[in-house]
Write a protein that binds this ligand. Structure first.
Ligand SMILES: [Zn+2]
Length: 201
């Protein structure tokens, strides 16, 4: 995924092509990556992501901003969980399950087992904007807080696949094909249908 950059690493130390953490292929400014308080309910998070045309977001807890969330994956996992409750003899079961998630604080949702794979933990120690990006790129998929003169300026998403999770926006699709900006009360805004899938637009 970073093949194009690999030759750079074999250059002698101090080579002028040293990648920086501010390079636009990996850096997202504070303004461009939505941040939510962990107490914000799931539905509101997705409504805001839809408004801002974003998929990835970071979540602040009492310990600071500790989690990056692949929003598309989280939305898919929630809809899949609700789908697993689908029961032809309990017509409201699927919508009820999604409504419950919808009304839950996103910080709490992220602690649930089914949601964990959509989270990347942000290391507690921020990285200075002058740092060499190569060691960060050599790590597993991760998001790092970047500071300049000790002030937060944005985020380093270390691989292209991580970067891709920040773009586009998730849309919740009902069984009749209507696009919904968020999971609302578990069913469609435009018809009585259940939300059955998620797509990225
Ligand atoms: Zn509908």
């Amino acid at each position: 995924m970073t093949t194009a950059r690999d030759p750079i690493r074999v250059l002698p130390y101090g080579a002028i092509h040293m990648p920086t953490v501010l390079s636009p292929e990996h850096f997202v400014s504070l303004e461009d990556l939505p941040q939510f308080d962990g107490r914000t309910v799931f539905r509101k998070v997705f409504s805001e992501l839809n408004r801002r045309g974003r998929s990835g977001f970071v979540v602040a807890s009492a310990n600071g901003v500790t989690r990056y969330v692949k929003g598309m994956e989280l939305a898919e996992a929630a809809v899949k969980l609700a789908g697993s409750k689908h029961d032809q003899f309990l017509p409201n079961a699927r919508a009820d399950a999604l409504r419950q998630v919808s009304d839950t604080a996103v910080g709490q949702v992220l602690d649930m087992e089914w949601a964990k794979s959509s989270v990347l933990v942000i290391p507690a120690t921020p990285v200075d904007s002058s740092a060499d990006a190569a060691p960060l790129q050599n790590a597993a998929d991760a998001v790092f807080a970047i500071v300049q003169l000790q002030r937060p300026v944005g985020w380093f998403l270390n691989h292209e696949v991580v970067m891709q999770t920040s773009t586009g926006k998730p849309v919740f699709v009902c069984e009749n094909g209507h696009d919904n900006p968020d999971s609302d009360h578990g069913s469609c805004y435009y018809c009585p249908g259940d939300i059955v899938s998620v797509k990225r637009v």
